[in-house]
Design a protein. Structure first.
Length: 115
């Protein structure tokens, strides 16, 4: 059974930072391309950061230079460090493989950027 459990969200002021974690189970984590996704109110879920098994990364333009995705293949954990946060980063953040496993979507973690 595939399971992704996200944590680390919260309320932060514009310009602040947050670090998210995702614990993965039910997959051979070290072999998988992984991604962080987000869904803002009224919008479709989008892939914002992607990492290969070997650690190469890609980002959507809106988060480049501010977000950093990383992984620990020994612990099956995916990370997302978010700096210089903006109100438009407000969303529920999820992790999944980069070709998402539909049954694996977790509850996500809410990130709210506001004064």
């Amino acid at each position: 059974q595939v399971q992704f459990v996200e944590s680390g969200g919260g309320l932060v002021q514009p310009g602040g930072s947050l670090g998210l974690s995702c614990a993965a189970s039910g997959i051979i984590f070290r072999f998988n391309f992984m991604g962080w996704y987000r869904q803002a109110p009224g919008k479709q879920r989008e892939l914002v950061a992607r990492i290969t098994p070997g650690g190469s990364t890609n980002y959507v333009d809106s988060v480049k230079g501010r977000f950093t995705i990383s992984r620990d293949n020994t612990k099956n954990i995916l990370y997302l460090q978010m700096n210089s946060l903006k109100p438009e980063d407000t969303a529920v953040y999820y992790c999944n493989t980069d070709s998402p496993i539909q049954s694996g979507w977790g509850q996500g973690t809410q990130v709210t950027v506001s004064l």
